[in-house]
Design a protein around this ligand. Sequence first.
Ligand SMILES: [Zn+2]
Length: 567
Amino acid sequence: MNPRNRTLWLLVLLSCLVLPEWNQAQSRPEADLIITDAKVWTVDKSLPMAQAVAVLGDRIVAVGSSTDIDTWHGPHTHLIDAGGKLLLPGFNDAHVHFVSGGKQLDSIQLNDASSPEEFARRIGDRAKVTPKGEWILGGNWDETKWNPSNMPTRDLIDALTPDTPVFVSRYDGHMGLANSLALRLAGITAHTPDPPGGTVVRDAHRNPTGALKDAATDYIYKVIPPLTHDQRLKIVKRALAYAASVGVTSVQHMVASYEDIAVYTELLQHGALTTRIYAAPSITHVDDLAKLGIGRAFGGPYLRIGALKAFADGSLGSGTAYFYEPFLNQGNNRGLLSDEMHPISLMRDRFMKADAAGLQICTHAIGDEGISTILDLYADVIKAHGETDRRFRIEHAQHMAAKDFERFAQLHVIASVQPYHAIDDGRFAESHIGHDRASRTYAFRTFLDQGVRLAFGTDWEVAPLDPILTVYAAVTRATLDGKNPGGWFPEQKLSVAEAIDAYTMGSAYAEFQEKEKGSITTGKLADMVLLSDDIFAVAPEKIRDVRVLKTFLGGRLVFDAAAAHQR
Ligand SMILES: [Zn+2]
């Protein structure tokens, strides 16, 4: 550039910087919405705290003191006095199963069944009100809450459910219990082989007990009739309303089916999406998405696609997370690689294809060797295709090998983690894998220290969608059984500010949207949540009692606790 051109450019640049300010002072439009007298925690380092926010259309146009923002007030501005309450950017849940979550809101609840008898009673009661032949699904049972904590078998429920097929899932989603009718419908007998990446649990006579692990659950899923479009639509509407009520303004739906996306598209066209959605179909569909020519985060502010979800292994509780060393007291069992990893080269090929098509990859990996193997594959892709801003993710990243933290950071992999799992699995993790491995479990502090980016989520329906519980979990690490009030591996606790950051900017970054959302910043989408109490000020153990008062999506009030109470 010659000196004259450079001067010209400087002038253009300067006018860009100065003129809008000047124009604004001359003819400032009135804001559609002003939230004033709030304690605004912006998650924006250039202005961490403020009192008020002005919104025009669906964007934030000003953040500052109540007096500053008052200059945006006009006759048609909707003014909300927050009464000094805490205003945060809306929560962005980086890992949900939105349709399963929505389905669960009305399905049988077994998670808090405290004994096998109670478990059976609830299934029997449900069968009485379920039309003959219709399946009972869901449940999220957790046998670790029973004494003794034996895995349930079909014998518990067969007599209560002669005409009702039952397949109730363990809360981690890696195991389910079928009754005899369901086994019969699926054709599972003593002669049925274990599929790759799955186990048909058997008794001493090799007869199936009804419990099926990981890939073996597909035997059942194949014979369950799929949801109709209308059923799915109803479930998603229910999930959207629920998400708004707990302050979740964005979700990243892992393993979204095409049918799920079709429902989202329909709702989008009707302006009915009250939660922004980034949908990641299974990596087994990589060819379809590559054909479409869409890249990472393709779409608009309400609905995006362009990520793929892969599975490396199973879960800790089901004994299927893939470890270098065996689980304790489980013989030689060191877990299972998923069927997508048989052989590992299959996954590598899919990663290569996805990356060549510019698609983002999110891989479920829980055991240390499972995580390590995925890091190897990610490194292979980077080596083959060169460095670019691809934001590989590992979902859960639960049990890290000491050697892998640094590599995780070097490869710029995002740790998409679910702190609620820590206070849940923390109840039994040490008995499964011992103290040393447990010390690198849900190691959020170590990740941050190593420069790894965190994105927070819940894995709903596996854990509750309520973000307040996740913040509570990350800050206290107090296990659900009350046995670690000071925190389970307390050195891994995060501050409230760090937890909020991971749940807003961290999750936005994980979906390539950090310039659009994740903080209360001028120019960004006006997604915000007003809380009943100041989570920075209350005692950590009280955080879980904090409630959402109002949720705004693009400046629109999509949940109001006051209105919900009146109903
Ligand atoms: Zn999940």
